[in-house]
Design a protein around this ligand. Structure first.
Ligand code: SF4
Length: 374
């Protein structure tokens, strides 16, 4: 983890050249409010590590918030600040990675429009989350073009930066797959050698172009690969997956008394009714969190104490709370620093967005040229 940037210079230095020679990765997060332990372990924790090994672009996907929350946009602006604060608190370092806001880079919308003309509707309809989310969010009318097209906007987000890798958990690999298909289709239609064949005026020229093509298609938009990152099972207080929509989260910004109080109410092995009953840590959501936040000594002691009824659940949860509080301490220290320095936060997002615009505009020049557009 990195320490807060206490330098008096508000604008971060450009990414060092050595970083730009590393393989590039890109990932983003929708601004849905303050982030919780599930968001941290599923994404941010990995991102903080990746920034030391890759040239990283991390963005706040504010236009994606519109795909489901178009009817009430009142929280988006505040949520952008909350997510940025959590990014920086978690340890993303603007001197090691580029942090930017999607809506500050107009090329995302432009590439989305261009790609929409070559993307078959059936490709979007078959993305698993399209129907799943409509089922889950029945209270919202999601029969919109924006919601159907969000995987395409995601593809534009990715392809603009030509990343070698997109870090995702196993459950999101399908989103990268559609991006690869769209890139392949774009390259097939607009790859320079293929265009040369189409533009040939005579059969002889056509034949020459076909020979020079030799089966190859110029990769204007390289296909990104999936970088599978660990996303451990992280249960919430009620034992279901930790999620804002279940209201069962522990926030990265949660104060210690609130963390301890929440964990005290967490569900346990349902078969352990009395203090004297032995329990089974293998079926207990509290122990799933121990595996992530407690030392191996504490895990061993908790497992043994549980199986022999040597400890009660309250004691076990107290040990877990110690581990969670310890993990969050440096995050909350950075949070206090950035909360006291909102100007620095704004400058980080501005500088990151400027860097992202440079990269995105480079790709758009190639895209326009391949498509013979102005
Ligand atoms: S002692 Fe710990 S692991 Fe065992 S049931 Fe209670 S909370 Fe779960």
């Amino acid at each position: 983890m990195t320490t807060p940037n206490t330098d008096s210079q508000p604008i971060p230095a450009p990414i060092p050249k050595s970083n730009t020679e590393r393989p590039r990765v890109l990932s983003g997060m929708r601004p849905t409010g303050r982030l919780h332990l599930g968001n941290y372990m599923g994404a941010l924790y990995n991102w903080v590590k990746l920034q030391h090994e890759y040239e990283c672009y991390f963005f706040i996907a504010d236009w994606h918030a519109l795909t489901t929350d178009y009817a009430d946009t009142s929280k988006i602006d505040g949520n952008i600040n909350d997510v940025l604060l959590d990014f920086l608190s978690a340890g993303l370092d603007p001197n090691l990675c580029t942090i930017f806001l999607q809506s500050e880079v107009p090329a995302h919308a432009i590439l989305h429009v261009l790609l929409s003309n070559i993307t078959p509707v059936t490709w979007l309809e078959r993305v698993p989350s399209y129907k799943d989310q409509q089922e889950q969010l029945k209270e919202k009318d999601l029969a919109t073009f924006g919601f159907l097209g969000y995987p395409l906007l995601q593809s534009a987000d990715i392809l603009l930066y030509k990343p070698e890798f997109v870090p995702v958990g196993q459950d999101q690999a399908a989103h990268v797959e559609i991006t690869r298909e769209i890139a392949r289709r774009f390259n097939h239609i607009y790859g320079s050698r293929a265009s040369a064949i189409k533009d040939a005026n005579s059969d002889k020229e056509k034949l020459k172009a076909e020979i020079s093509q030799a089966g190859a298609v110029h990769e204007i938009l390289p296909e990104p690969k999936v970088l599978l990152t660990p996303s451990p099972k992280l249960p919430g207080i009620d034992g279901r997956k930790m999620s804002k929509s279940y209201d069962n989260t522990i926030l990265l910004s949660e104060e210690e008394p609130a963390i301890r109080a929440k964990l005290k109410t967490m569900v346990t092995d349902p078969a352990r009714v009395r203090r004297t009953d032995p329990g089974n840590p293998d079926v207990c959501p509290v122990f799933d969190l121990h595996k992530i936040f407690s030392t191996s000594e504490v895990q061993a002691e908790a497992a043994e104490g549980c199986r022999t009824a040597g400890i009660g659940c309250i004691q076990c949860k107290g040990w877990l709370a110690d581990g969670v509080v310890r993990e969050l301490a440096p995050i909350q220290e950075r949070r206090r620093y950035f909360q006291a320095n909102p100007g620095e936060m704004a400058a980080i997002l501005e500088a990151g967005s400027a860097r992202a615009n440079v990269r995105a505009n480079e790709t758009m020049r190639e895209v326009r040229s391949a498509m013979r557009l102005r």
